[in-house]
Structures are given as structure tokens and as C-alpha cells.
Design a protein around this ligand. Sequence first.
Ligand SMILES: NC(=O)c1ccc[n+]([C@@H]2O[C@H](COP(=O)([O-])OP(=O)(O)OC[C@H]3O[C@@H](n4cnc5c(N)ncnc54)[C@H](OP(=O)(O)O)[C@@H]3O)[C@@H](O)[C@H]2O)c1
Length: 303
Amino acid sequence: MKIVVVGAGAIGSLFGGLLTKNNEVVLLGRKTHVEQIKKHGLRITGKTDTVVHPEAVSNVDEVNEKPDLLMITVKSYDTKEAAEDARQVIGEETVVLSLQNGLDNISKIASVLGKDRVVAGTTTEASLFLEPGKIEHTGKGVTVIGELDGSITERVKHIIKSFNDVGFNTIVTNDIMKELWKKAIINACINPLTAIFDVKNGQILKHEMLHEIMKKVCHEGVKVAKSIGIKIEEDEMVEKTVTVIKDTAENYSSMVQSLRKKRRTEIDSINGYLVKMGRKHGVNTPVNELLIKMVKIREEMIR
Ligand SMILES: NC(=O)c1ccc[n+]([C@@H]2O[C@H](COP(=O)([O-])OP(=O)(O)OC[C@H]3O[C@@H](n4cnc5c(N)ncnc54)[C@H](OP(=O)(O)O)[C@@H]3O)[C@@H](O)[C@H]2O)c1
């Protein structure tokens, strides 16, 4: 396949990098990262240890061929701009896949590039951007991909095969929106609390009050999901969130990492989207609203 990755940061470089094994990959990323990849290749350490040599460009005008697959892997607040950039790259047959966290990426991409070409995905692969030209594959996970209408199409099967062929454990789903909501609720529970207190994920279970707040965030998230027809069970979500916290107890969430780097967080696309949908469908979300305010205060404080 010909693949273009828009947003060659941590996760985009991991997928794009390893997909070079069987595919023609172009990474579209920031200049310093691109320069290092051009000079030395992309160095991947951690769960995978390799150097790969994808084509790398820092300007969308340098992408010459229409890809079969275009992956969008920017942070959710950059999605609209990334989709605008992608507009000039895609051909009639190009499929666009998002592997991002957050609940508003698909609608943003579809509004710019058209819903029919969009396929959604979510991944628990984990990657860290170490420095330009170098990333660390910090955790192996599962990638789930599905059509927005739930059908199991040839194009989705093809993407899944290509991902599995290079070592990403990838499966199809007939309910990708439910998968995105489940991931978003887990993120909504873990990310803001760890970001506000600047702690590792495991601390949430060590403090009774944080554990209680986490359960309340989960309760609100499940109620909002149900209000828009996504059937998620609260007990199951709390249990899943606790499992993720235990499995990642020693990790700092992406929101902690963003604040430490003095960067914006994805709060608007995670808890923010829950609140927005709650308002629209008559579900109160006071705990999420408070957490958003506190994360925004932290964002302001670090500027
Ligand atoms: N990292 C993980 O382990 C992981 C796992 C699962 C899901 N995710 C999700 O995947 C998404 C990306 O996360 P990430 O950790 O990979 O973020 P990241 O390291 O910040 O990567 C995004 C990269 O895209 C660049 N970028 C932004 N707009 C661009 C554009 N228009 N054209 C080209 N490059 C552009 C960014 O540059 P600047 O830094 O200059 O803005 C950054 O280098 C997020 O939604 C995240 O929640 C991440």
C-alpha cells in the first residue's frame, strides 16, 4: 500500500515507521524530525528495536503520489488543520484512518474530507517521542478498526492485514463508535486527575477520594454514552478503568506529559466532548465540568 501519515509524532512515527516493511510510507511531520529521519533514518527503541527509512517530508506540497491510505495521527486540537492539509494529497480511492484519542476527530475529518472515505480506529499501542528522529515503542497493545456504519468491508480487512503483517495486533469491529467511547471514558477518568495532581496513573487507586472521583467521571461518561444510544455498562467500565490504571500504574498519562512539556492537552475532545453531548441530551456532568476547569487552569498556569 501507499501510505501517508499526517502528524509524524509519537504514534504516527511508530505506525508509519513499522509499516515501511511492506509498504511505501511517507511521514508528514515537523522539520527537525524530518531532517533527522532523512539523515539517519527513524530510530525505534523499546518494545521494538530497529531503524527504518520511510520517506519524510515537512510540507504537504512534497507529497507527490495519491496514497491508498492516509492516517491522521495529530493531537485532536490539530485535526481540522491536518485534514485541510490532507485535502490536497488524497485521491478518489484514498481511505482516511484516524487512530487518535478523543471523540470529535471523526466528525472533524469527515467534515473536511467526506464521511465515505473515513475509517475509525483506536489503539493501545504506546509510543513516546524521545527527540527528533527517535521514538520509543513503550507498550504493545491492540488496534481496533471499523467502518463508521459497522459493515466489514474489504478496505478495512486490507488495512487490518497490512497492520498485522508488520506486527501490530489489529482486529476489526462492527461497532467502532462504542470502542472510541470506551477509550474516551477511560481517558476521561485517568488523564485529568493525573494531570491536575501531576502524578502517575497508579496514584488514583492509592487515594480513596481520587478513586471516588474517578468512578463519578465514569458514571457521567456512561450516562452520556447511553443518552446517544451507545450501550456501555457502568460496572464494566469502572472495572476496565481500574485494570488500565493497574496495568499502567507507573506511567504518566499523556495529559501529564503534555503539561510538563508546556503543551495544550486534549481535554476538549475527551471530557469536553462528554460535557457537550451531556448538555445536548439532558445529562448533567458536574464532575467532568469541574475537572475541565482545573485542567484549563493548569494549562494557563504553565504558559
Ligand atoms: N503516543 C501514544 O502512545 C498514543 C497512543 C494512542 C493514541 N494516541 C493518540 O494519537 C494522537 C497523537 O498522539 P501523539 O502522542 O503521537 O502526539 P504527538 O507526539 O504530539 O504527535 C503529533 C505530531 O503531529 C505534528 N503535527 C501537528 N499538526 C500537523 C500537521 N498539520 N502536519 C504535520 N504534522 C503535524 C505535531 O507537531 P507539534 O508537536 O509541533 O504540534 C507532532 O509532532 C493523539 O490523539 C493521542 O491521544 C497516542
